[in-house]
Write a protein that binds this ligand. Sequence first.
Ligand code: ASC
Length: 152
Amino acid sequence: MRLTALATLSLVALAPLAAAAQDSPEELAVEARRGFMVMLGSNFGTLAAMAKGDMAYDEPAAVRAATNIEALTKYDVGMHFIPGTAKGEVEGSEASPDIWLDTAKFGERFAALNQAAAGLPAAVTGGQEQVGAAVQKMGGTCKACHDDFREE
Ligand code: ASC
């Protein structure tokens, strides 16, 4: 009885892993990219809301969001842009085929994001009036890459 319950529990716990294992490398790549973008967007959204005054300035929350963004931009998300994962090639992709035609420019866009995010926690410290400039600098690099390489 105990063993059966334990066995059932392990199967339930492993179910998400099994589901992921059935995905093709292309599907996994898109899932990884989207997860990355969702985390980035969630933390960026916090800072943008504080900059706009939609959310009260909360220094620890701002620093946490900025720290997450800085950490996320050090993740090599480029490794998930594998061939065969442009929009239309795999479900859920919004990646422009141009990514694979100009990989140097694509890399530069990520480098710009990385640079804009460097020191972000300090940049959002000290008051609501600090956040706007930091958000603009960051958001500009999001937009620059999406304008060229995202097809919604
Ligand atoms: C986001 C998101 C973007 C950027 C951009 C910033 O949260 O999805 O594309 O921020 O709007 O300018």
